[in-house]
Design a protein around this ligand. Structure first.
Ligand SMILES: NC(=O)c1ccc[n+]([C@@H]2O[C@H](COP(=O)([O-])OP(=O)(O)OC[C@H]3O[C@@H](n4cnc5c(N)ncnc54)[C@H](OP(=O)(O)O)[C@@H]3O)[C@@H](O)[C@H]2O)c1
Length: 503
């Protein structure tokens, strides 16, 4: 008999459920990737019945799903969803839930709720006998943020660990569900072209950048307590770094991959005594984005008008092991920058033979760019001869744009993640050890910052961030690479001192 599943969403009237979770379920349904026997039990505080809730999610699926709604099959999908109304803080609700749960099913609890409820819900589930180490087939899915620092993360983890064993805890870092993140290991380990060069002999530096055009939007209350370091660097940027720098795992089992990532996070190094030479923080002031005036961060909704929260971080760190010794990893992330993109740029050491260097100012380093979002793909830059009688050398680019070919059909991160949770595969979720070592590193930066006041705002909205971030690389004789977007069929890369017209 096929297994049956009950997927219980706490926070089912919230933004995440409407924009991501239910559309992901619908896309899986359309691809016939949902188990045949599955109920989605949607829990919210607002009073409504299942019929009204289904109508609301219909509108959300119409707006956010990559598949059009198929009117004929919609009622079948909708019939899998049941709405349950209760306040998480009150015990009666858990009794109502108990009546809905079948003993033989797998119970999966998805906590799409504010972090202060994570421990409370887990505790009440246990008290009502709906979870516990001896309760078979239960899993819990925890959204970010996992703690505010190492101490609070540890407290939360201890609480969850009392009720669920590590293999049944799925800590979401939705970046891990993105297609190109999963591709990093394939690009590295399934090509003889890259792996032999993937070390300090051949790589000059690696830049990991995630920029947003948007401001803090409606997330002001949460973001002002968090900031870019905790909201982006501690989780997403550290995962990008770990996948880029890790050693090949002994096999593709969850534990083997996680073990290699943890080794990278353990080996992170920076001179914390001279933090100003390694980390730059910023906060956006008023400015212009695409010709439209936008307010400063401090003027945003539900943000303190004297806020000291950073909306930008750039940093330099090292991975202290045999492979990476001496290679700087530069990380940059921020809001209200000039473009929306996430990419990893691997800059190889200059390898041109001296006979070509004389008289050819256009020789650029080889670059491998892994584009994570919004465009997904791989981009390789190398030098070639310009057609003609002279020996003029041009940097040329080979570009594989994955979602240009697949169009809208590239699966959403949450589809992959929900699929894996149902399957019981935790590879694309963060293990406690990863969370721990990442917080250890981030806490040291936060601690150094807490000792020094900084004058904010220090960059205008719609710019490349604080000038100090440019200096971070200039001091090392390097500069950030900027992907300028598509020009004709080609992506143009620009670094300081390179004239695009000549490229
Ligand atoms: N939104 C995103 O894109 C996103 C991305 C990454 C991570 N996350 C994380 O996902 C979680 C949820 O985010 P969200 O944006 O969806 O939040 P949200 O829109 O504020 O939704 C919160 C949900 O919790 C419910 N709720 C709050 N207090 C409750 C109570 N005492 N009893 C019962 N229900 C209660 C709300 O119900 P009512 O509306 O009925 O009050 C609502 O369904 C957060 O941890 C967030 O950090 C969100």
């Amino acid at each position: 008999m096929a297994d049956s599943y009950q997927f219980i969403i706490f926070g089912a009237t919230g933004d995440l459920t409407h924009r991501k979770l239910i559309p992901a379920f619908y896309n899986l349904y359309r691809q016939q990737q949902l188990p045949e026997k599955i109920d989605i039990i949607a829990i919210g505080r607002r009073k409504k019945d299942s019929q009204l809730y289904r109508e609301e999610v219909y509108a959300s699926v119409k707006k956010h799903s990559r598949y059009e709604v198929d009117e004929e099959s919609w009622p079948e999908f909708a019939s899998k969803i049941k709405y349950l109304q209760f306040d998480f803080r009150q015990d009666e609700g858990y009794r109502l839930l108990k009546e809905e749960l079948h003993k033989e099913a797998h119970w999966i609890y998805y906590l799409a709720v504010a972090p202060e409820y994570f421990a409370l819900i887990v505790d009440k589930l246990e008290k009502e006998g709906l979870a516990g180490k001896e309760t078979k087939n239960t899993r819990v899915v925890i959204e970010k943020p996992f703690g505010k620092n190492l101490e609070t993360a540890r407290q939360l983890n201890d609480k969850i660990n009392e009720v669920f064993s590590e293999e049944n805890i799925y800590r979401i870092d939705h970046y891990l569900g993105k297609e190109m993140l999963q591709n990093i290991m394939v690009i590295r380990f399934a090509n003889s072209l890259f792996e032999p060069l993937w070390n300090n002999k051949h790589i000059d530096n690696i830049q990991i950048v995630s920029s947003e055009i948007g401001g803090v939007g409606e997330r002001g209350a949460y973001y002002d307590q968090s900031g870019a370091l905790r909201d982006m660097v501690q989780n997403h940027m550290m995962q990008l770094l770990a996948l880029t720098a890790m050693e090949p795992p002994v096999d593709l089992e969850t534990d083997s991959i996680r073990a290699e990532k943890v080794k990278v996070l353990k080996a992170l190094e920076m001179d914390f005594q001279n933090i100003d030479k390694y980390v730059v923080r910023g906060q956006y002031g008023p400015g212009q984005v695409n010709g439209v005036k936008v307010p400063a961060y401090r003027e945003e909704n539900r943000v303190d008008n004297d806020s000291g929260t950073e909306t930008f971080v750039a940093l330099k760190l090292f991975v202290n092991n045999l492979r990476w010794s001496g290679v700087p990893f530069y990380i940059k992330t921020g809001k209200r920058l000039t473009q929306k993109s996430t990419e990893i740029i691997v800059e190889f050491k200059g390898g041109a033979h001296p006979v070509y260097l004389a008289g050819n100012k256009n020789i650029l380093p080889n670059l491998l760019v892994i584009r994570i979002q919004p465009l997904e793909g791989i981009f390789l830059q190398f030098n070639a001869k310009r057609p003609g009688t002279d020996n003029f050398i041009l940097p040329v680019q080979m570009d594989y744009c994955q979602n240009c070919q697949l169009g809208e059909n590239s699966p959403e991160a949450y589809e992959r993640l929900i699929h894996d949770i149902l399957k019981g595969d935790a590879t694309l979720f963060t293990h406690w050890d990863e969370v721990e070592y990442s917080w250890r590193f981030i806490d040291r930066i936060a601690e150094a910052w807490s000792r020094e006041e900084i004058a904010f705002p220090n960059y205008p909205a719609g710019s490349n961030g604080p000038l100090e971030a440019e200096r971070l690389l200039e001091r090392d004789g390097r500069s950030w690479w900027h992907l300028e977007g598509f020009h004709g069929e080609h992506l143009i890369l620009k670094a300081k001192g390179v004239n695009n017209n000549e490229i």
